[in-house]
Design a protein around this ligand. Structure first.
Ligand code: ATP
Length: 305
């Protein structure tokens, strides 16, 4: 058997390249046949993954090495092909997908798990979500509408992000924009459809549609979400003061925010979010434009872990 890898050497501020070096030595030490390709820029993960899937006709395992952006791209490339099982070795800064599927934190433990799963054909099924707004695609962690998407949009556009990331101070850019938007963002009326039911909220800060609990590098935004139940958890934050929203960003680290007044939770397979204002949107932290969005549980993919 040959293991196929897609590695994003730039993930974790370039540390992923070193982690791959260690994985490669381990593969050679164990005499495991492997084939590796490296991403060179944004979008390569999806293209390379799709190329693998189209070239191969027998079932195979494709292992992504990088952060949430890398697994997002790889899943987008292979989600429609039933002969691919995906593995993931976390080597990013946030690693929410790894938390979501309960992977060990150390790469060598994940690697051992993958190898023993392969021997015992221990694949797990993972829900794949499809979003359709101004853009269409697959998400693996969550889709966000509103305040949080606005922060990630500002962070990604910031010239400071790259500079501070190099100094391992990238989180400060998030904190800066979180505080800035906390004082300037205008909550808006939102109509939400979850399966056949419709809800109207008047002052929405954010709507998150989550496949598993974790978000933004370990925040437990949807504490009860399960990535294999073929449903998504929806969290709406509506009509809370700016001060309370700040408190929410503390309690969210242990999932305590779901008990706060103004936080509403739902579960469904079909979710639609509309608003009269152009809501900023993200999928797995990547910008996907603004406006209305529809989200569906699409299918399940085999994950080796
Ligand atoms: N060779 C490359 N150079 C620069 N960027 C790349 C390269 N290959 C991929 N990318 C892009 O890097 C971005 C970040 O990658 P990724 O999310 O995996 O790492 P991270 O940001 O360190 O981790 P996390 O998302 O878990 O915080 C992705 O959007 C991806 O498209």
């Amino acid at each position: 058997m040959v293991l196929h890898f897609i590695v994003n050497p730039s993930a974790k501020n370039g540390k992923c390249k070193k982690i791959w070096g260690k994985i490669e030595r381990e593969l050679q030490r164990r005499h495991i046949h492997y084939h590796v390709v490296f991403t060179q820029k944004q979008g390569d993960g999806a293209k390379l993954a799709q190329q693998f899937a189209e070239q191969k006709h027998e079932p195979f395992i494709l292992i992504a090495v990088g952060g949430d952006g890398t697994i997002h791209e790889v899943m987008n490339g292979v989600a429609m092909y039933d002969h691919v099982a995906v593995g993931y070795i976390p080597a990013g800064t946030g690693n929410d997908f790894a938390r979501g599927i309960k992977l060990p934190t150390k790469w060598n433990k994940v690697f051992d798990h993958i190898l023993s799963s392969i021997k015992h054909t221990g694949d797990h099924l993972y829900d794949i979500g499809i979003f359709q707004g101004t853009k269409r695609g697959i998400f693996v962690n969550n889709v966000g509408c509103g305040f949080d998407a606005q922060i990630s949009r500002k962070v990604n556009a910031s010239k400071w992000k790259h500079i501070l990331n190099q100094l391992y101070l990238g989180k400060f850019v998030y904190v800066f924009y979180l505080l800035k938007e906390l004082f300037t963002y205008q909550p808006t009326a939102v109509q939400l459809t979850v399966d056949q039911k419709q809800y109207v909220f008047s002052k929405v800060w954010l709507v998150t549609v989550a496949n598993h609990p974790y978000y933004g590098g370990g925040m437990k935004i949807a504490p009860f979400a399960q990535s294999n139940d073929q449903h998504f958890d929806v969290v709406v934050v509506d009509d809370v003061s700016r001060l309370k929203l700040l408190a929410l960003f503390v309690t969210v680290f242990w999932g305590g925010h779901v008990k706060m007044k103004g936080v509403h939770t739902f579960k469904g397979k079909y979710i639609r979010v509309t608003s009269h204002t152009a809501l900023p949107l993200h999928a797995d932290g990547e910008q996907i434009g603004e406006g209305e969005i529809t989200i569906l549980v699409n299918k399940q993919i085999r994950v080796v872990k």
